[in-house]
Design a protein around this ligand. Structure first.
Ligand code: GDP
Length: 532
């Protein structure tokens, strides 16, 4: 059955996969797309048409490195046994070590996430960073402990590590019957099913045995005596030793259901996507200056979480990615961007929800729409029909790498300022203008952004610049009552800068510096994030 598309809000799941490089995100993504009929890959959209003729240098960097600097959107559908069709919008976050604020911001546009861990590695640094961003917004997480077809760490140890490092309750939903050479299958606690490998590759091809429970003698027909013990003893111990799955706790971001699997061998893949369908929240209300905006609101509203710029440097064309929050969007509709104040007609939106040949004309809450524009749309902008809402909670993140920008040709100061303002509006970098001294500082969260910056300055703005070490290692937005803030400014002007919105930022030489100031000035807040 091709299935009619259910457009109700409850049929959408907008999510991301967070992981450390090499944990298996790409493999899982591929398997998910194979499982559901992939409707559209954002990459195809990029490849279409003349916009591809000239590429700017930063896209060359992407190519050379074989990585994607930018996130994209993949939409696919699945119909469950009851005939309900769920539409999944998977927003890709770059998996490479060099990631940018884009990665973080993408997480502001999702309603839930799958966290993929390598069974041999557990929680790794990038997983932790991304998890913290999810926690900031109480984004619920489903965990896949991947690569159990290889030697991994002890399953209990992995569960304990998640619980400890992430301060989350963990609830094992299935159990690995051995790992690596001893791998015999996966036991599903929820449905009392044993999923078994087949063939030389020991893949999962759908061989399932239903049993009465973890003690069912029937298991011995399919597993070695050690395997039977793993299910009956370890499995039950795990079930009893950890929290039972609790829907509310998961939705609040306090508990993560944990699935063991192997994306490569297709174990755990159906389970995690079914879990997204069953448990993950449909499009959530979004915070705004006028309270929460419900997806049920009639008016079309949304916010820009990402701008992908300059596919063609001569035309300065950009695609702004809007996460739709409410209403039914129709092609050609007029929306007012908060940054512009006057409406624009969205005639040629890129809709990721488009069947092979037919072009989608509408989008629903939870969907992502790509809006081509010439720089009018900025990250953080709200778009709405009536221009009466401003979404909040799209944070900037304190950069972890700071560099001084040195102009090769000092007469180009004006061009440089324009370029830095533009690029920071796009979210490529953050820029800090020191209170004292003339050397501007750029901040990024990933090394690759620096290369992107230098090549875009040159290619698009004809500004040749080099980046030098800066004496600062991190930045904090300083907030507080007027008087203590003014006092703080008076005594610390050598370490203060303004961001592009003119807000005051403390430039710290070390994390110790931040702690010291925070302890000294208890009436001020030194924030690692800033909401627009
Ligand atoms: P990403 O960097 O997180 O996107 O990771 P990839 O999906 O590219 O996987 C990294 C490597 O691990 C690749 O060589 C994959 O083939 C391999 N891999 C991914 N999942 C599994 C798995 O379940 N089992 C095994 N044995 N290898 C896997």
């Amino acid at each position: 059955m091709s299935g009619s598309t259910d457009n109700s809000v409850n049929s959408r799941r907008t999510f991301a996969i967070i992981s450390h490089p090499d944990a298996g995100k790409t493999t899982l993504t591929e398997k998910l797309l194979l499982q559901g009929g992939a409707i559209h890959l954002a990459g195809e959209v990029k490849a279409r048409g003349a916009a591809r003729r000239a590429r700017s240098d930063w896209m060359k960097i992407e190519q050379q490195r074989g990585i994607s600097v930018t996130s994209s959107v993949m939409t696919f559908e699945r119909t469950d046994p009851d005939g309900n069709t769920i539409t999944f919008n998977l927003l890709d976050t770059p998996g490479h070590e060099d990631f940018s604020e884009d990665t973080y911001r993408t997480l502001t546009a999702v309603d839930s996430a799958i966290m993929v861990l390598d069974a041999a590695a557990g929680i790794e640094p990038q997983t932790l960073k991304l998890f913290e961003v999810c926690r900031l917004r109480s984004v619920p997480i489903i965990t896949l402990i991947n690569k159990i077809d290889r030697e991994g760490r002890d399953a209990f140890e992995l569960l304990d590590e998640i619980a400890e490092k992430l301060a989350l309750d963990v609830s094992p939903m299935n159990w690995p019957v051995g790992m690596g050479g001893l791998f015999e299958g996966v036991f599903d606690f929820e449905e009392n099913k044993l999923r078994l490998p087949e063939g030389d590759g020991k893949e999962y091809r759908g061989k399932v045995v239903s049993v009465e429970g973890a003690n069912d003698p029937k298991l011995a027909e399919f597993l070695s005596p050690e395997g039977v013990a793993r299910v009956a003893e370890e499995g039950l111990l795990a079930r009893e030793g950890y929290a039972p799955f609790d829907y509310e706790a998961y939705r609040n971001g306090d508990l993560t259901p944990v699935y063991f699997g192997s994306a490569l061998k297709q174990f755990g893949v159906t389970e995690v996507i079914d879990a997204i369908a069953k448990y993950a929240p449909p499009p959530r209300p979004q915070p705004s200056d006028d309270g929460e905006i419900s997806p049920e609101r009639d008016e079309v509203t949304g916010f820009i979480f990402k701008v992908q710029a300059n596919m063609d440097p001569n035309h300065r064309d950009r695609i702004a990615f809007m996460r739709q929050v409410s209403g039914t969007f129709k092609r050609g509709m007029k929306l007012t961007p908060s940054g512009l104040g006057k409406p624009i007609a969205v005639h040629s939106p890129i809709m990721f929800f488009a069947q092979d040949r037919e072009i989608a004309d509408t989008a629903q809450p939870g969907d992502i729409i790509g809006i081509p524009n010439h720089g009018t749309l900025r990250v953080g902008d709200t778009l709405s029909e009536n221009n009466d809402v401003r979404f909040t909670g799209l944070p900037n993140f304190a950069p972890e790498i700071l560099r001084r920008v040195i102009l090769k040709d000092p007469t180009k100061t004006k061009q440089l300022r324009k370029a830095l303002d533009d690029l920071s509006e796009e979210g490529v970098i953050q820029v800090f203008y020191p209170e004292l001294g003339a050397q501007w500082i750029v901040g990024v969260v990933g090394q690759l952004q620096l290369e992107v910056l230098v090549s875009r300055l040159s290619a698009e703005y004809k500004v040749e610049a080099v980046l030098e070490q800066s004496p600062f290692s991190t930045a904090r937005w300083v907030l507080g009552p007027e008087a203590p803030l003014a006092e703080f400014e008076r005594f610390n002007s050598a370490n203060l800068a303004r961001d592009r919105d003119g807000d005051i930022v403390f430039m710290a030489k070390s994390p110790w510096d931040v702690n010291y100031q925070a302890e000294k000035h208890t009436d001020l807040t030194f924030s690692a994030t800033k909401e627009r």
